[in-house]
Design a protein around this ligand. Structure first.
Ligand code: HPA
Length: 289
């Protein structure tokens, strides 16, 4: 039987290990504490085209990933900064720019930032991304709350010795996308008049986009969306006891569903235009504390 998963809390975690040979996330957690002070409850990872939310922070303090000992993203549309400030009157951490498996990072490097925030004491993580749609009826600009995922990356960030101080060897994934938090988000969306779909995200390793046959396969497997991020972070966050919610903004129809091929510049532009309602939703979520 699968056990109840433990929640990470600052008080139950190991004290910092001040050694240059410590895993990245342990050093990064120390840097987060040094640079930002006590942890906020909520962290939001901003995907391609969503970095504008940082401009909505009041009293922001920004630190580049590299100064926290975390890998800097290498692609356009990802600034690579951690920012703490007030959103909806509450202190939050916004992370603009993530790194991806397709950049060549090992899975545990991709999730080091998530592990660092869990160790620091963050309790709730909201992940956002731009994704292709596997359904012809979800057009670019559609906003989707993820209810589940299919990991097609061939990687899992938990492979290797278990980090017992963060979580269990075999973490339960039946409630990976916290259903209660999801219900709160749905209710905020309704109150704000934000159109929000619910769907399943398939993660591919990339960096090539899918073939038409792959998009057909993913759709038949039960995926509504396809992308190249988020799932390693969700797995690491659930393992570390974080409460997780995730959103995709559809940036393009999956290969074979549209006349034109996907292009990264289009992805960034379409998502930026469609992200205003997602910004309002995240602000409302932050405000609830
Ligand atoms: N496939 C994979 N990743 C993506 C896509 C896509 O169509 N669009 C945005 N990220």
């Amino acid at each position: 039987m699968r056990g109840v998963r433990p929640r990470a809390s600052a008080s139950t975690l190991e004290p910092p290990i001040a050694s240059a040979s410590a895993p990245i996330h342990i050093l990064a957690a120390d840097h987060l504490r040094d640079r930002f002070g006590p942890p906020p409850q909520l962290a939001v990872v901003l995907g391609s085209g969503l970095g504008f939310l940082i401009e909505r922070l009041a009293q922001p303090v920004q630190v580049p990933h590299a100064e926290l000992g975390l890998p800097a993203p290498t692609i356009a549309g990802h600034a690579g900064v951690h920012a703490v400030g007030l959103l909806g009157g509450q202190r939050v951490l916004l992370v603009s720019g993530r790194c991806h498996l397709y950049e060549g990072h090992p899975a545990d490097t991709v999730v080091a930032g998530v592990r660092a925030m869990a160790r620091w004491g963050v309790r709730t993580l909201v992940l956002t991304n731009a994704a292709g749609s596997c359904r012809p009826d979800w057009l670019p600009g559609t906003l989707v709350r993820l209810t589940d995922h299919i990991n097609m990356t061939g990687c899992n960030p938990l492979v290797g010795p278990n980090l017992d101080e963060l979580g269990p060897r075999f973490p339960d994934m039946s409630r990976a996308y916290d259903p209660e938090l999801g219900a709160q988000i749905d209710s905020h969306a309704q109150q704000l008049g934000v159109a929000l779909q619910r769907g399943v995200y398939a993660a591919m390793r990339g960096p090539s986009y899918e073939t038409a046959a792959e998009v057909r396969m993913l759709g038949r497997m039960g995926a509504d969306l396809v992308g190249m991020s988020t799932v390693p972070e969700v797995i690491a966050a659930v393992h570390a006891g974080l409460r997780v919610a995730a959103f995709s903004v559809v940036s393009n129809l999956g290969t074979g569903l549209a006349a034109e091929a996907a292009d990264h510049a289009d992805v960034t532009r379409v998502v930026a235009a469609a992200s205003e309602p997602l910004g309002r939703l995240i602000e409302r979520l932050a405000a609830q504390g």
